[in-house]
Design a protein around this ligand. Structure first.
Ligand SMILES: *Cc1c(COP(=O)(O)O)cnc(C)c1O
Length: 373
């Protein structure tokens, strides 16, 4: 999709805030910890290449979700370690070797398939994934883990790490977390040839269970300044949200009482009302369930009235403002603020999803950079 750089709608990313957040986490974890910045899904919507370039000196490596995201970083000149967290099918191994990318190997079936397809594993860098209770990918027993490690090594692969992922590190109830931790520790202790890097900590684990860091952390949502738990747990230190979503008024009118607004005519003015139109809609990831939510104009909360369309939405203003008046959808405006977590609450989802849904149509600009508008 083409990025619509000449429309006033834009995401403005504060790379300094991301740097601040990484520094904040690093202050609270052991100094010898290997730090991965997780920049999958276009760095949670913030722009993978821009984020990786800006923080490369602060971290030891990057995590992405698939081989294409890894190659994108290499082609942009990123030289630090890149670990792919998802499964890369054996027939794509060539890219991993060509671009020096570390793969996650999650099953004996994968090894068997690679063998059947005649893929050479010689020189392949990899980590073994343990499923300690997430139920997604990974081997579930030390028998399987040991077999996988020895097979990979025999085939010439370099098994550099072993890791797991927690399902509930962002929740107040720690029972499942403790069970997963015990399972992971037990499996690791039973490895006859344990790889050097052992890791289990996502953002939530790094924030609230920093005693369980093994030798590396994989920092995702925290570096973008958001609370992984939404509101369930309090952040132990301040983080700075790094993304603002802004637009501006492109049309204003005064409606008489009882005038219909939007598809389905689901809204009617109560009295004379000023209605403004903003160029953002569900094709930008500003989903239809945002009807009834708010945006910020001149430091005031203004309701989104009528249905959200594909490319536009309508808001009710306290008075007419000129065309071009700035509108904040995520971020601060005057004394008011709307966070990605507020948006997530309205949608009954998580802040991660709000950021990731912002589509490629929305251009990303970086604070300090000259804007297109
Ligand atoms: C996405 C992901 C992370 C980062 O998660 P956050 O909650 O954003 O910190 C870490 N590890 C794995 C395996 C992941 O898939």
């Amino acid at each position: 999709m083409i990025s619509s750089i000449h429309r006033p709608t834009q995401a403005v990313i504060d790379l300094e805030a991301i740097g601040h957040n990484i520094a904040a986490v690093k202050e609270h974890i052991p100094s010898e910890t290997f730090v991965y910045a997780v920049v999958k899904a276009n760095a949670y919507g913030h722009g993978a290449v821009a984020v990786a370039r800006s923080v490369e000196d602060q971290v030891d490596g990057f995590c992405v979700s698939n081989i294409d995201e890894a190659v994108e970083l290499r082609q942009a000149g990123i030289t630090k370690e890149i670990l792919v967290l998802g499964v890369v099918m054996p027939n794509q191994l060539g890219y991993a070797k060509e671009y020096d990318i570390v793969l996650t190997i999650a099953s004996l079936d994968w090894y068997a398939l690679a063998e059947r397809e005649g893929m050479s594993l010689d020189g392949l860098r990899c980590h073994i994934k343990i499923d300690s209770g997430m139920g997604r990918i990974g081997v579930r027993t030390s028998v399987d883990a040991n077999q996988l490690i020895s097979s990979l090594k025999a085939a010439g692969a370099l098994v550099e790490g072993v890791f797991t992922h927690f399902a509930t590190a962002d929740e107040a109830d720690t029972q499942h977390f403790e069970e997963q931790l015990a399972t992971f520790k037990k499996i690791v202790s039973e490895l006859s040839d344990c790889p050097k890097r052992v890791h289990a900590s996502n953002s939530a684990t790094s924030l609230w269970h920093s005693e369980t860091i093994f030798s590396a952390v994989r920092l995702g949502i925290v570096i973008y300044g958001l609370n992984p738990s939404g509101r369930e747990l309090t952040l132990p230190y301040r983080l700075k949200p790094a993304l603002e979503l802004t637009s501006s008024i492109i049309h204003v009118k005064e409606l008489e009482a009882n005038a219909a607004v939007g598809y389905g005519a689901t809204y009617r003015s109560q009295e004379k009302e000023v209605i403004a139109t903003i160029p953002i809609g569900y094709a930008d990831g500003w989903t239809r369930d945002m009807q009834g939510f708010e945006v910020l104009v001149e430091g005031q909360r203004c309701e989104i009235v009528g249905r959200v369309s594909m490319d536009q939405l309508t808001i009710r203003l306290p008075e007419a403002y000129p065309l071009g008046t700035p509108v904040t959808l995520i971020g601060r405006n005057g004394a008011e603020e709307i966070t990605a977590t507020d948006v997530a609450d309205k949608r009954q989802t998580i802040n991660y999803e709000v950021l990731c849904l912002l589509s490629d149509r929305i251009p990303r600009f970086y604070k300090g950079e000259t804007h297109a508008k």
